[in-house]
Design a protein around this ligand. Structure first.
Ligand code: GLC
Length: 466
């Protein structure tokens, strides 16, 4: 079959998506925890970046082969931006130093505010999908935070008295937690000295000063609620801003019994862990050691996969993937993680393709999973296309568009590698004891947004898989 024919075949498969969206509306409750914040989003051009570098006297030599992964001082934000800009990668650096926040406000500013944090972003998406009740953990919920929630009656959080209320109507007297999201565009460039920096892929750098999320502050009302009420899914994230030097390992250890208690009260609940870009290696390892074993599902992207390989002693495989970010190489990583972590379901998304490996005992079938991933492909590409998901119709803006050629190409090399030719047409094959589901995705030519894409992909894939 040639690409055109395969695109027609996959377009037929994608026709299932509206049906999945109807099924999702029957889910009675999901909860998201822990991180909800406000994102201050700003687009930076190569030209602006050059001006800032000159103004802050950052030389060309400091920008060669950047190794830095955390702040020494506020203006390191510029080095971080160049690192991400020049490599087309996404990174998030967290800091306990408020002067970084002040500096960003002063020097960079922002274009708009929007919902931030995996927990908050996923909650908005889940509520828009029409799940009957979405319970969101917020550790700071002032009016400015409330405004970032969609105005939906099924989207709930706790007010200061512990009442479960519509999230937009809550105004707790707490400080807003604002993160800087600095975006840049593919093809943009600037020169400094005799070096030219060209951005190979639109992406973003996130600078986070957020004392509440960095301390994994837990809202007591939320905690009690899950001890006494059932939800079908608990979507977990928010461990990635923790730092070892800021008690991060202990915070992770302490949260385990809390989650276990929720699970005991609700044994059928599916717990999903969204890995997210975690710079602190010790924290990354603790997430794998402590949170992964109590999760039934894990979601990550290609960079986060590399990060995990690096703390699990698989440097050679990581380097191989770094050299060639292909589905075949990433599949090796996925299989390694599946065997190592033993999580019943792991999903990896890369440019143009989502794939997941799951046990036969996972409560949803490989086919359900495939349908969920196609649903997520439509919803996530629609988000990229619209720039946001604000109304119900936004969810399916790209429905009917062809799946990407890149995705099909990756899928067919994976099918070859696995000696499973059916994979390219069915999206499913058996790999040892596991079922692999893989879908080529819809790609948007000029995405209006990229932030929160992974959160949307993972959560919609999981809950849409039914
Ligand atoms: C991280 C960032 C947050 C952003 C989110 C998007 O949680 O801290 O600001 O909204 O990632 O995925």
């Amino acid at each position: 079959m040639d690409t055109k024919q395969l695109q027609i075949l996959w377009a037929k498969k994608y026709q299932i998506v509206p049906k999945q969206l109807e099924k999702v509306k029957k889910i009675s409750a999901v909860a998201t925890a822990f991180n909800t914040n406000i994102d201050a989003v700003v687009k930076i051009s190569g030209k602006q970046l050059k001006k800032l570098l000159e103004r802050h006297k950052i030389s060309e030599t400091e920008l060669q082969n950047i190794k830095l992964t955390s702040f020494r001082e506020p203006k390191d934000a510029l080095i971080a931006i160049v690192k991400c800009f020049a490599r087309g990668i996404a990174e998030e650096w967290t800091t306990t130093d408020i002067s970084v926040y002040e500096w960003l406000k002063q020097e960079i500013g922002y274009d708009r505010l929007q919902m931030g944090g995996q927990g908050g972003i996923i909650a908005n998406a889940m509520a828009l999908l029409g799940i009957k009740k979405v319970i969101t953990h917020t550790n700071s919920h002032p009016e400015l935070q409330a405004k970032q929630f969609l105005d939906l009656d099924n989207l709930l959080a706790f007010d200061v008295n512990g009442q479960l209320k519509k999230a937009t109507e809550i105004a707790r007297n707490e400080p807003p937690m604002i993160h800087w999201i600095i975006e840049f565009d593919k093809g943009d460039n600037f020169s400094l000295g005799d070096k030219t920096f060209v951005c190979p892929k639109s992406n973003r750098f996130i600078a986070t000063y957020d004392p509440l999320n960095m301390n994994l502050a837990v809202n007591q009302h939320f905690k009690t609620y899950l001890n006494n009420h059932k939800v079908s899914y608990l979507l977990l994230s928010g461990f990635h801003p923790l730092l070892k030097e800021n008690n991060g390992l202990k915070l992770i250890k302490n949260i385990v019994p809390v989650i276990k208690k929720w699970q005991k009260a609700n044994p059928k609940m599916i717990v999903h862990l969204e890995v997210a870009s975690t710079q602190d290696k010790a924290v990354r390892k603790a997430i794998i050691d402590d949170i992964a074993p109590i999760s039934q599902s894990i979601g990550l992207n290609e960079r986060e996969t590399l990060d995990l390989l690096n703390v699990l002693g698989k440097k050679a495989l990581a380097q191989k993937i770094e050299r060639e970010m292909s589905a075949c190489n990433l599949f090796d990583a996925l299989l390694f993680l599946k065997e190592k972590l033993k999580t019943p379901r792991i999903q990896l998304h890369m440019f143009g393709l989502y794939m997941s490996l799951q046990d036969s005992s996972f409560p949803r079938s490989a086919d359900d999973n495939l349908k969920g991933m196609m649903t997520a492909s439509v919803v996530a590409s629609s988000k990229a296309y619209n720039g946001a998901l604000a109304k119900y119709q936004d969810l399916t803006a790209t429905l009917g568009q062809s799946v990407s050629e890149v995705g099909l190409k990756e899928l067919s090399s994976l099918a070859q590698k696995l000696k499973a030719p059916e994979l390219i047409k069915t999206g499913i094959c058996q790999v040892g004891n596991y079922s692999l589901s893989a879908v080529p995705t819809i790609l948007v030519e000029k995405p209006k947004t990229l932030v929160g894409m992974g959160d949307t992909i993972s959560s919609v894939s999981l809950i849409g898989g039914r």
